[in-house]
Design a protein around this ligand. Structure first.
Ligand code: MN
Length: 201
């Protein structure tokens, strides 16, 4: 069994308050699909990996044969990161987090505002392509960081809570070069219920 693309949890135009329909459609049907197809193609020679959860493969890339390791790192990472990305948004999202995660964010970063500014800074200072993250450390504490390309927090021993794609393909049609405007807009669509669920996982 090869890896498959989970359905988008909303229509292409559902995130319009932050991300336009054409960007969502191309990003999901072209970019995300390409990562999936390239991952499956790379694993064809080593089909035993189709039985492993993608999280386990990415958390320990050294177990992947060297011949396909870079392909799995890039395309497996792209496959996994984009599943987090889509499920991390909702047309009914936005606002401020409540519950345990909301409390911890306040305690760790001082306020929701300073938390959001730090995520935006992580995205702005990632040179070239990559991701900004809120992740959970093994001791339960929170950390804001970024990764290059399609590298995942899992490879650093971190558990992702929120992932924001800062590749140009994620924002260029509406925002052109204005990555900061895209980062400022995503707060309208963050699915805090999903983030809380991931934090508690
Ligand atoms: Mn992307």
């Amino acid at each position: 069994m090869s890896f498959t693309l989970p359905e988008l949890p909303y229509s292409f135009n559902a995130l319009e308050q932050a991300i336009d329909a054409q960007t969502v459609e191309i990003h999901y049907t072209k970019h995300h699909t390409a990562y999936l197809n390239n991952l499956n193609a790379a694993l064809e020679k080593y089909p035993q990996f189709f039985n492993h959860p993608i999280e386990h493969i990415l958390a320990d890339l050294n177990q992947v044969p060297e011949e396909i390791r870079t392909a799995v790192r890039n395309n497996g990472g792209g496959y996994y990161n984009h599943i987090l990305y889509w499920n991390g948004f909702s047309p009914d999202g936005g606002g401020e987090p409540k519950g345990k995660l909301g409390q911890l964010i306040e305690r760790t970063f001082g306020s929701f505002l300073s938390f959001s500014k730090e995520i935006e800074k992580a995205g702005m200072t990632r040179f070239g392509s990559g991701w900004a993250w809120l992740s959970r450390k093994s001791d339960g504490s929170l950390v804001i960081h970024s990764t290059p390309n399609q590298d995942t927090p899992l490879a650093e021993g971190l558990h992702p809570v929120i992932g924001v794609d800062v590749w140009e393909h994620a924002y260029y049609l509406r925002y052109q070069n204005r990555r900061a405007d895209y980062l400022g807009a995503i707060w309208k669509i963050i699915n805090w219920e999903e983030a809380e669920k991931r934090y508690l996982q």
